[in-house]
Design a protein around this ligand. Structure first.
Ligand SMILES: NC(=O)c1ccc[n+]([C@@H]2O[C@H](COP(=O)([O-])OP(=O)(O)OC[C@H]3O[C@@H](n4cnc5c(N)ncnc54)[C@H](O)[C@@H]3O)[C@@H](O)[C@H]2O)c1
Length: 277
């Protein structure tokens, strides 16, 4: 996989974002910016990525980012471009799960609003500012040995979810927020007419359940959830964060040069069970 550019990873302090930082470093990226509300965690991710980097010129930096604050997103994007000269890839993983898991008739409005603030407004701010920065940078040949694949200014990968397409009980805030992440991402690509003209690809990864702090927190709160989840996954296990990071890297790489505006589902077969009553 030809991953030799510079990447901004939001939510890199934990879970999928964290695994993505290490995967980028291993794959040969020149540089990564780890951006997270948890700055200490982002700094740790930097040193872990440095330990496994294969590009001799590899450089990694950490920056504090709160995706709900416009100035914070603008600062992280500007710091990325100032530090590395360009942003070839952005993998946006920063998000939160629901704080409560109630059915819709008794769902907490404050929790609903907070989730939309982080997951939806955050994705809007990251997508919008990343696209603006990518549009301002020079075109590069997309594939080193296949010039017919055209040129690129950058790739954005948003972490959506299987719940961008489906629903589960007790998760109205999260399901709504992940439908919206897909809406923002596909709009970025119907603006594709705009962005394809600018040679920027925007895609989403749509996992079901991944073995991260986000899921562990939910299984601790909701009795029996872990068994329910596992019984709904034909593969009989959660995804690892590394498996999802690999998909994000594929979507950044020239191997996915003809893909834009897609939501790639990685669910261990779970969606096969949806809708079959
Ligand atoms: N874990 C799963 O099963 C699963 C499934 C489908 C989709 N996803 C999505 O994948 C992405 C990553 O999830 P994860 O499981 O790795 O979660 P995680 O909780 O392990 O990591 C999320 C990261 O986001 C950061 N963050 C939270 N709020 C922030 C804010 N306001 N500003 C900046 N950073 C903030 C956290 O500090 C943390 O480092 C999320 O978009 C999530 O919705 C996860």
């Amino acid at each position: 996989m030809d991953i030799t550019g510079f990447a901004l990873v939001t939510g890199g302090a934990s879970g999928i974002g964290n695994a993505t930082c290490r995967a980028l470093a291993r794959a040969g990226a020149r540089g990564i910016m780890v951006a997270d509300i948890n700055l200490e965690g982002a700094k740790k991710a930097v040193s872990e990525a440095q330990d496994v980097a294969t590009n001799p010129a590899f450089k990694a930096l950490a920056v504090h980012l709160d995706v709900t604050i416009e100035e914070s997103v603008k600062h992280a994007v500007a710091y990325m471009v100032d530090s590395f000269g360009r942003m070839d890839y952005c993998i946006h993983c920063a998000a939160i799960p629901g704080g409560t898991f109630d059915e819709l008739s008794s769902a907490d409005f404050a929790d609903f609003k907070h989730l939309l603030e982080v997951n939806v407004q955050g994705t809007f701010l990251v997508t919008s500012n990343v696209l603006a920065a990518m549009r301002a940078q020079e075109l590069k040949q997309l594939h080193s040995t296949s010039p017919e694949r055209g040129t690129t200014r950058g790739c954005l990968v948003n972490m959506a979810s299987l719940l961008s397409y489906k629903a589960l009980p007790g998760m109205v805030q999260y399901v709504t927020s992940k439908h919206a992440v897909m809406g923002i991402s596909t709009t970025a690509e119907t603006t594709a007419v705009e962005n394809v003209g600018h040679d920027i690809r925007v895609n989403c990864v749509c996992p079901s359940y991944v073995d991260t702090a986000m899921v562990r927190r939910a299984t601790e709160v909701v009795a029996g959830l872990e068994q329910t989840i596992l019984s709904g996954i034909p593969m009989g296990r959660l995804a690892s964060a590394e498996e999802i990071a690999d998909i994000a890297l594929f979507l950044c790489s020239p191997m996915s040069s003809y893909m834009t505006g897609c939501g790639l589902v990685a669910d261990g077969g779970m969606s096969l069970f949806f809708g079959s009553r």
